[in-house]
Write a protein that binds this ligand. Structure first.
Ligand SMILES: [Zn+2]
Length: 184
C-alpha cells in the first residue's frame, strides 16, 4: 500500500516564460500517470526524497513518486461546497416548479434570495433530502418551525392561512385571492 500524503504543487512557483522548459512525466506511487512537471521541479522533489527521477526510452524523463498525492484539503472542501450548491440550486428549482414561489408556512411570495429548503421531517431524524420531504420557506419561518412535528408544521401553515383569509370580506375576493396565489 502506498503512502498517502498531501499534494505538493507540481508546477514551479516562478516559471521563466522565455526559457525552453524541460518536462518530466510524473507517475504516482501506484504507477498511474498523473501529469507532468518541469525537470527543475522533478529534481527538487527527488532531492527531497519524494520520488525517483529516471530517463526512460518510452517516456523521456520520468519522476516516479513514492506516494499517492491527495488533493489539497482546502480544494476538497471547495469542491464539496460546489457540489452542494449545485444540488441546492437544482432542488430549489424543482420545488418552485412543483409548489410555486410561496413560503410553505406564511404563504407569502418569496424572491429567490429569500427561499430556504425546509425538511418536513427534520434532518436530525436522519430524514431524506428527497423532494418528497422538502418544501420552500422563508429562513425565519423555517426557524420558527424547527422543533415542530410535521402535524404542528401543517397546523402552523393552516393558522397562517386562516389569518390571511380573515383579512378578506367577500367570498368573491377570497376566491380570486386563492386562485391568484395558486394555493389550491
Ligand atoms: Zn414565510
Amino acid at each position: 500500500m502506498s503512502k498517502v500524503q498531501t499534494m505538493i504543487p507540481l508546477a514551479p512557483s516562478h516559471p521563466d516564460k522565455d526559457a525552453p522548459v524541460m518536462m518530466a512525466q510524473v507517475f504516482d506511487g501506484r504507477g498511474n500517470a498523473i501529469g507532468a512537471t518541469t525537470l527543475a521541479r522533478a529534481i527538487e522533489l527527488e532531492s527531497k526524497g519524494k520520488g525517483v527521477l529516471t530517463s526512460e526510452p518510452s517516456d523521456g524523463m520520468v519522476l516516479r513518486l513514492n506516494y499517492v498525492p491527495t488533493p489539497d484539503p482546502a480544494e476538497v472542501k471547495q469542491n464539496a461546497e460546489t457540489v452542494k450548491a449545485r444540488w441546492r440550486r437544482h432542488r430549489v428549482a424543482q420545488l418552485r416548479k412543483r409548489d410555486g414561489d410561496f413560503c410553505f408556512y406564511c404563504h407569502a411570495i418569496m424572491n429567490r434570495e429569500e427561499m430556504t429548503l425546509e425538511h418536513l421531517l427534520p434532518k436530525s431524524l436522519k430524514a431524506s433530502d428527497s423532494a418528497l420531504n422538502m418544501v420552500l420557506s422563508h429562513k425565519l419561518c423555517n426557524e420558527q418551525a424547527q422543533e415542530f412535528s410535521i402535524a404542528e408544521k401543517v397546523r402552523m401553515r393552516e393558522r397562517n392561512l386562516v389569518k390571511i383569509l380573515r383579512g378578506f370580506n367577500s367570498d368573491m375576493e377570497r376566491q380570486v385571492f386563492l386562485r391568484d396565489r395558486s394555493l389550491w
